[in-house]
Structure formats: structure tokens, C-alpha cells
Design a protein around this ligand. Structure first.
Ligand code: FES
Length: 128
């Protein structure tokens, strides 16, 4: 790092990076991975329905867009045993869900108001 970069880090660069990092207040990623070989995967557990419900509820609540919430599809997040899974950043909170009520609660409580939905958290040691 050059001396000028160091001074930028103290001044402008960190501020510039912060602007990019916070383009969305929150991201929620839904694993939609499908395995054709019969191994467990989130697609077997209506993951797409959860993703679509979340997307429509976020939009209906006026939460979608820059500075607010982004709902994204994802490939395998390596937590298949707890599937279907979704993860919210920047908090890195992992959820599983069963139905529209679960999704609606994640949207209202976490994505809108920043409160974790504890009843939908997956066990911390759930892996593949
Ligand atoms: S298939 Fe969804 S986390 Fe692996």
C-alpha cells in the first residue's frame, strides 16, 4: 500500500467502500439448489415457493430497492440438512421455513424491522 492509499484509507476510501457495502440495507439469499441424484436439496422442500413469496411480500411492503432489501436466488449454501434455507445479511442469520406464514414473518420482523425470528433459526451446526 502506498502512502497516498494509507491517507485515503483514513479519509476517502473507507467512506467510499461503506457507500458500496450499504447499497442494500439487507440481502436475503434463498438456496434453490436442485440435485438430480436424489441427495437432499432445498428444491425438494418448496424453496422456490418461499423465494417467490418473499419477493412479492418485500415488493408489496415497499421494501425493495436500493437502501432497502434485495431478495436473491442462490445455489447450494452448504447447509442442506436444514433445508430449505435462507440467509439474511449483513447479520448472517440463517432461517428455515415451511410455509407462507414463515416467510411473511421473516419479511415483517427481520427484513422490515430488524428483529430476528428466533423460532425459524436453524441449528448452528447444521451443515450439508
Ligand atoms: S441444497 Fe440448499 S443449502 Fe445445500
Amino acid at each position: 500500500m502506498t502512502e497516498s492509499n494509507c491517507s485515503n484509507t483514513e479519509g476517502g476510501v473507507v467512506a467510499d467502500i461503506a457507500q458500496h457495502v450499504s447499497y442494500f440495507e439487507r440481502h436475503i439469499f434463498f438456496c434453490l439448489n436442485e440435485r438430480k441424484n436424489g441427495e437432499a436439496c432445498c428444491a425438494q422442500h418448496a424453496a422456490l415457493d418461499g423465494f417467490e413469496r418473499c419477493k412479492s411480500q418485500v415488493k408489496a411492503a415497499g421494501l425493495a430497492g436500493p437502501g432497502k432489501v434485495r431478495v436473491n436466488k442462490s445455489g447450494c449454501l452448504d447447509r442442506c440438512a436444514a433445508g430449505p434455507v435462507a440467509v439474511v445479511y449483513p447479520e448472517a442469520v440463517w432461517y428455515s421455513f415451511v410455509d407462507n406464514q414463515d416467510i411473511d414473518e421473516i419479511v415483517e420482523s427481520h427484513l422490515k424491522n430488524g428483529r430476528v425470528v428466533e423460532r425459524l433459526l436453524i441449528p448452528g451446526d447444521s451443515g450439508r
